[in-house]
Design a protein around this ligand. Structure first.
Ligand code: MGD
Ligand code: MGD
Ligand code: SF4
Ligand code: MO
Length: 610
């Protein structure tokens, strides 16, 4: 008999709660965790196969260096000192911006990212690529304009809607919603609800649809524009919502003038017009929520399609309401605001692209590397992502990687990317470290889980991702000299540590941007875990809205300095996950626009919308 432990799946962004039976350091059984407040026992067969991924023959055990085209084992000290030396040389000769960091899209190991990003900034670079940059660029850009900041994404409140629309979403297989199959079946079978799928393919999900609009591939723009035209013609707009919450509708509305919806739908999309009118009415006039996914996000016209989806929701009043489109609760934004209209937001040297959500789109990387421009990319640190397998044009990626002066891969496995890199650093897996789950936005409650290690490290040489980043910061000599008092303050608890840190930063304002690094470095050793220190940093630095919501859940007041410590004690007591804070769905004060209205008009899209 082994010991059962609470954890979560790390194989998709749902991070379903799992319980694992562990015997002799190995996972021997896995089951859905009924005590997880978000997934409530749900899991798919990928989650049930976690042991296969964890105890895998391809796992990396020690650092490697490529010598004469072959990887050889080297000691950590050599790896860190050689990589550090090369990074500094590239920075000094060509500028920090020629160093790139790839990572941060992982669905179970977020805690290395704040340290990795700060390390990149300390090297003088903002050249950051992530998987998020390929799927969500367009939607984050659109939402940034509508809501005032790019880190303010919205999502459908599917579990409370009556009409559920899966648009370019194969959720039966991919999940992408909490308890996806249960949700789909609930809408399919309940006579008072409806499940609509918009997909050119008879997907596994479409098999469960009450209505399947099987449009021609890539014609979503025509369909969306037609649905909005039909809504206007039929008087299904929510005028009160528009008057109260939207600015710019007068500029946007004429973009739909003279649009021949019938012709677009029948000739363009190959659909039955009356069926489309019926679907439009259901979306516009019932408690509807639309889950769009890769069929929209990674398809033609993705920016316009995401924009029109939002227009459709806004003018029918399906935003900021229960069962509609809502802005979820989040403890920390997984990206930053990088509005390209701000002249401080730099462009990439070769393609002239700007970051969205502070992330550059992976599609430009080969061109940014294989170039004669003196500022082209020369070094890459890759962590928890496998670009040579998963990012667009892997052949071009291979060529680009082979041309680099330095490539470093931090991974648990000997991946396609690891095979190409000069240095490979073995990382502890997410089942071997404390970490958290960051993408599973929840609503209206803020769900949180600090995953505990369930198995001992497979290799004594592997280190946690954030620890490796800290080693590189130290190795390059970029770690600021910090006072002994900071290293010791945590012994008297988190609140005492917070006070000491605040006092220190008051006198060292220039280090305020490095809080995650400082906390990982000085509080990590006291807690015995770098990632735990970073989780404390999240709680201390949580937004006012999260802190107020936490107070409503019974935690100390938002401005009480003991709040983070009290919450953290609870977090440790609930390895199965917990509800940490609660939100209002109609709180338009949270918008980052000046007038607290949704700024619906995006002038750059006027022409492409025609
Ligand atoms: N088993 C498994 N699950 C996963 C993952 C995995 O690798 N394996 N990855 C996870 C990740 S990172 C993500 S992002 C999600 C992705 O989850 P989904 O977005 O559900 O991904 P896909 O299965 O690619 O489904 C996209 C759907 O869009 C449809 N489509 C294609 N072209 C068009 C079009 O022109 N218009 C419309 N309307 N639809 C179109 C396709 O037929 C397909 O059914 O899955 C997550 N879950
Ligand atoms: N052809 C095609 N390409 C696609 C897609 C598609 O539908 N079709 N989908 C795209 C989408 S939506 C996405 S999100 C991307 C996903 O692409 P990636 O973000 O590259 O995701 P994974 O392939 O899951 O790679 C994750 C890497 O993390 C490593 N890893 C696992 N556990 C750990 C750990 O504990 N620590 C560390 N350091 N590493 C670990 C794995 O070994 C692997 O090398 O793929 C994209 N690419
Ligand atoms: S739905 Fe995603 S998180 Fe849940 S068990 Fe399956 S792969 Fe894991
Ligand atoms: Mo994805």
């Amino acid at each position: 008999m082994g010991e059962w432990k609470h954890t979560s799946c790390v194989l998709c962004a749902q991070n379903c709660g799992l319980e694992m039976e562990v015997e002799d350091g190995k996972i021997i059984k896995v089951r859905g965790d009924k005590s997880n407040p978000r997934s409530q026992g749900y899991c798919c067969r990928k989650g049930l196969s976690m042991a296969h991924y964890e105890h895998n023959a391809d796992r990396l055990l020690y650092p490697l260096k490529k010598v004469n085209g072959k990887h050889e084992r080297i000691p950590w000290e050599q790896a860190i000192s050689e990589i550090s030396e090369k990074l500094l040389k590239i920075r000094d000769e060509h500028g920090g911006q020629t160093i790139a960091y790839m990572g941060g899209g992982s669905v179970g190991g977020q805690m290395e990212v704040p340290v990795g990003l700060k390390f990149l900034n300390m090297l003088g670079s903002r050249t950051y690529y992530s998987s998020l940059g390929q799927e969500f660029s367009s939607t984050y850009w659109v939402d940034g304009r509508l809501f005032g900041k790019q880190f303010y994404p919205s999502m459908p409140d599917t579990h409370k809607c009556d009409t559920l629309v899966g648009w370019g979403w194969n959720g039966w297989m991919s999940n992408q919603e909490p308890q996806a199959r249960t949700l789909i079946l609930d809408h399919e079978k309940d006579p008072d609800k409806c499940f609509i799928v918009i997909d050119p393919r008879k997907s596994e999900t479409a098999e469960h649809a009450n209505i399947h609009l099987q449009l021609k591939p890539g014609t979503d723009t025509l369909l969306l524009k037609s649905m909005i035209r039909i809504t206007l013609d039929s008087g299904w707009t929510d005028e009160d919502f528009i008057a109260e919450h939207i600015s710019g509708w007068d500029e946007v509305k004429p973009l739909f003038d003279g649009w021949d919806a019938r012709r677009a739908v029948t000739e363009g999309c190959g659909l039955d017009f009356d069926e489309v009118v019926r679907v439009t009415k259901l979306i516009a006039t019932t408690k509807s929520a639309i889950h769009q996914d890769l069929g929209i996000y990674m398809n033609r016209n993705s920016t316009i399609n995401n924009y029109m989806l939002q227009i459709f929701r806004m003018i029918t009043g399906r935003f900021g309401v229960e069962g509609g489109q809502v802005v979820p609760a989040f403890l920390y934004a997984i990206g930053g605001n990088s509005d390209e209209r701000n002249p401080k937001i730099g462009r990439s040297p070769v393609t002239g692209m700007f970051p969205i959500y502070s992330v550059f789109p992976p599609a430009i990387f080969p061109a940014e590397t294989l170039s004669d421009d003196p500022n082209h990319i020369r070094a890459v640190i890759v962590s928890a992502v496998n670009p040579l397998r998963t990012w667009p044009d892997t052949k071009a990626y291979e060529k680009a990687f082979r041309s680099l002066d330095l490539s470093v891969c931090i991974d648990t496995a000997y991946s396609e990317t690891a095979r190409e890199c000069d240095y490979v650093l073995p990382c502890r897996s997410y089942m071997e470290t404390y970490d958290t789950v960051g993408f599973n936005y929840s609503f209206p409650e803020l769900y949180f889980q600090m995953r505990q290690p369930v198995v001992p490290p497979l290799s004594g040489e592997a280190k946690g991702g954030s620890e490796i980043m800290l080693e590189l910061i130290r190795g390059t000599g970029l770690m600021p000299e910090l006072p002994q008092s900071l290293y010791e303050a945590g012994r008297d608890g988190i609140t005492a540590y917070g006070m000491e840190l605040m006092m220190y930063l008051q006198e060292h304002m220039e280090l305020a941007g490095l809080v995650p690094v400082i906390m990982a470095e000085t509080l990590g050793p006291v807690l015995g875990s770098t990632n735990q220190a970073l989780i404390v940093a999240l709680l201390v630095g949580a937004s006012k809205a999260v802190k107020i919501g936490a107070n409503a859940m019974g935690y100390p007041e938002a401005d009480d300095p003991t709040q983070a410590e009290v919450i953290f004690e609870d977090v440790k007591k609930h390895p199965e996950g917990m509800i940490l804070s609660t939100f209002q769905c109609d709180d338009f004060r949270l918008l980052k626009t000046e007038d607290k209205k949704i700024a619906l008009h995006i002038p750059e899209l006027d022409a492409p919308m025609q």
